[in-house]
Every structure is written in structure tokens, then in C-alpha cells.
Design a binder for this molecule. Structure first.
Ligand SMILES: [Zn+2]
Length: 166
């Protein structure tokens, strides 16, 4: 696939970036069931049990602030959790960040956790593939550009909505 975030190594390794359950060269993602979701294969589990199971597939490296946000967002609704990374050397990976969306793919939050400024580019670009930001009005901000054009940006997805020149 042609993926252009500006992070050369990541872009080259990007084989598949898509919504839903993906285990690819640069993406690992899956559904995190809600805390209130307790039914599985005819058995009833304690609240949060299935959610913990889903989260465990992301391993112990899931940053605490990302985990906290996922837990807060899944009291009664499931979310999709995405991790983006590239392979540094055999068996070693650099994680650039995480994206959390609602079950219907509405963007809830992005987290850049990678080592360089380019990680942010990776996450912003990936968000366009796996989510659909509704640009919530309360998360918009505006500024005046050098040529006095009024610009409006979205704090959730980073998109410049009007007037902005990249
Ligand atoms: Zn947005």
C-alpha cells in the first residue's frame, strides 16, 4: 500500500492499515469489549473480565495513560484500540502510538508515544485510515495565520478545517 506519513521506515513497512481486527506489519488492533459485557460462549463472566482479556493482547507495554482512557471509555460501550509500530531489527519494534475509536469508528482520541516528532505524523496519518473524526465543536481551536487568514483546527485528529495551509 502507499502510505505517506513522512516517516520513511514506517511508510516502507506499511503493508495493511485498516479498521477492525488487524495483525499486520505495522498495525495491531482489536475490539475491547465493554466492562458491562459479560456473556461469552454461553457463560457469564464477572464485569470487566472480558475487557481485561481483550486488553491483555496488547501486552504489558500499553502505556498507563492509554489504558486509563480505554477503561474510562468502555464502561458500557466497546471501543477499537489500534497500536502502530515499525520493525527496528529482528524481534524489536518501535511503537509510535495508539488510536482509540468508538465501535462505529468515530475517533475518540489519539496518543503519540513514539520516540521522535515523526511518530506524531504516523499517528495522524493512520487516524485517517482507521477512524472518522466528527470534529467535536468543543475540541476546535482557531488562530490567525501570518497573512491574517483565520484557521480552525481540530484537537482530536489534528486536521486543519479552514484557511490553513500545510
Ligand atoms: Zn477532527
Amino acid at each position: 500500500m502507499l502510505f505517506e506519513s513522512g516517516h520513511k521506515t514506517f511508510d516502507k513497512q506499511a503493508d495493511l492499515i485498516d479498521t477492525g481486527n488487524v495483525w499486520g506489519g505495522v498495525q495491531f488492533s482489536g475490539l475491547i469489549r465493554a466492562k458491562s459485557d459479560t456473556e461469552c460462549n454461553g457463560f457469564t463472566r464477572p464485569p470487566g473480565h472480558l475487557r481485561d482479556f481483550d486488553l491483555s493482547s496488547f501486552g504489558r507495554t500499553l502505556p498507563p495513560h492509554v489504558k486509563k482512557f480505554v477503561l474510562e471509555s468502555t464502561e458500557s460501550c466497546p471501543v477499537w484500540l489500534y497500536r502502530f509500530f515499525h520493525k527496528k531489527s529482528p524481534g524489536k519494534y518501535t511503537t509510535h502510538g495508539y488510536i482509540v475509536t468508538a465501535y462505529n469508528h468515530t475517533l475518540l482520541r489519539t496518543f503519540t508515544t513514539g520516540p521522535t516528532r515523526k511518530s506524531d505524523l504516523v499517528i495522524r496519518e493512520a487516524a485517517k485510515y482507521v477512524s472518522d473524526c466528527k470534529h467535536p465543536p468543543e475540541r476546535l481551536y482557531s488562530w490567525t495565520a501570518g497573512d491574517s487568514t483565520l484557521c480552525v483546527g481540530c484537537c482530536v485528529c489534528g486536521e486543519v478545517l479552514t484557511g490553513g495551509v500545510e
